[in-house]
Design a protein around this ligand. Structure first.
Ligand code: NDP
Length: 332
């Protein structure tokens, strides 16, 4: 079985030499353990933070140990009651071909109800992030004008569509290519979208939202956050989900220069972690699952094949190679 190890802590952009794909023996499950053949492995921006030796909400990856992250796969051997070969499960040991998982860390999934890949994306962690961040943290209300950055990604594309379905008056998105911008407007029903690489964010946002915005869902940070604060109307809210523009920075970035607008406009900025919002999971799956079945919420996935391409897929997320959830697919 092959698995990816972190062998050096990246400084700035990760380099291939910081990682190694290593061969290990396929283990036997002991009592309470399950051996899983991974079929889809998730790559996520937060993994960049785990490569640093810094205390954070997620434990840093250990050097010369396998990295981990969300995965779905098929049980091949089980020492745990209630799990049998052929079952499909969601678990936290990605970045490898075979995973030995404790039964208490496994959630059974049904490929007959939804495609396996969606348990990592639109009906999984990134989907719940969009749902909880927009509805609970930002407190979306009917009639709000909503701006979301990273809008063609896994979280962002769902934020914009949920906002539309929940009665936002105007949905605006930003993304890093003209093709992604076109997708936002033509397929996801955004009212306006722009390519942040084409000019200053503040100017492009002002043109896209002439009456300002009430909610900003931040996936990016930096220039985007400052521009959004500048556009927020009275009692505007920001849900801070991620700051991907800063993840490979080697120096702390300057903060928004316009924070005095928080006072004038009684703004609220609140960060959140999806892990605190799993109580919404049943409601989220029911509501979003329904929208998908009815064809009212669309999603894309960018799928890369083979464990040997797991690292490239991860680097691709940081570069913006993906549209929607980025996943690695392994053969049955
Ligand atoms: P995405 O699918 O959105 O992929 C990341 C995207 O970020 C890329 O496709 C790229 O798209 C964009 N990007 C990369 N660099 C920059 C940059 N410098 N400026 C602007 N955009 C950039 O990933 P996810 O949907 O999984 O995650 C989105 C955000 O949500 C991340 O910040 C992530 O850390 C955060 N997150 C937070 C969680 C929480 O609990 N708080 C949980 C899950 C995710 P483009 O081509 O548009 O540049």
């Amino acid at each position: 079985s092959r698995e990816w190890h972190l062998v050096a802590r990246p400084h700035g952009w990760p380099k291939p030499e910081d990682f190694a794909l290593r061969e290990t023996e396929v283990p036997e499950p002991g009592p309470g353990e399950i051996l899983v053949r991974n079929l889809y492995v998730s790559v996520d921006p937060y993994m960049r933070g785990r490569m640093n030796d810094a205390k954070s909400y997620a434990e840093p990856y250990r050097l010369d140990q396998p990295m981990h992250g969300g995965a779905v796969g098929r049980v091949v051997a089980s020492g745990a009651e209630g799990f049998a070969p052929g079952d499909h499960v969601l678990h936290p040991l990605g970045w490898r071909e075979y995973a030995l998982v404790k039964a208490e860390n496994v959630v059974r999934v049904d490929p007959g109800l939804a495609p396996l890949s969606t348990y990592l994306g639109v009906l999984g962690m990134t989907g719940l992030t969009a749902y909880a961040g927009l509805l609970r943290v930002a407190g979306l209300k009917e009639g709000d004008a909503v701006f979301v950055s990273g809008a063609a990604g896994a979280v962002g594309s769902q934020v914009g569509q949920i906002a539309r379905l929940k009665g936002a008056s105007r949905v605006i998105g930003s993304a890093g290519s003209d093709e992604k911008v076109k997708l936002l407007v033509e397929e996801y029903g955004f009212d306006a979208a722009f390519n942040y690489k084409n000019g200053p964010v503040a100017e492009q946002l002002a043109a896209a939202a002439p009456d300002g915005i009430d909610v900003y869902f931040d996936n990016v940070g930096g220039e985007h956050l400052e521009a959004a604060i500048g556009a927020l109307n009275l009692h505007g809210r920001v849900a801070v989900c991620g700051m991907i523009a800063l993840y490979n920075a080697t120096e702390p970035a300057p903060g928004p220069r316009n924070l005095s607008r928080l006072i004038q406009n009684r703004l609220r900025i609140e960060g959140f972690l999806v892990g605190d919002h799993y109580d919404l999971q049943p409601q989220f799956v029911q509501e979003v699952g329904g929208w998908i079945r009815e064809g009212r919420l669309h999603y894309r996935e960018t799928v890369v094949d083979g464990i040997e391409n797991n690292l490239e897929a991860f680097l691709g997320v940081l570069r913006g190679d993906n549209t929607g959830k980025m996943l690695v697919r392994l053969p049955e």
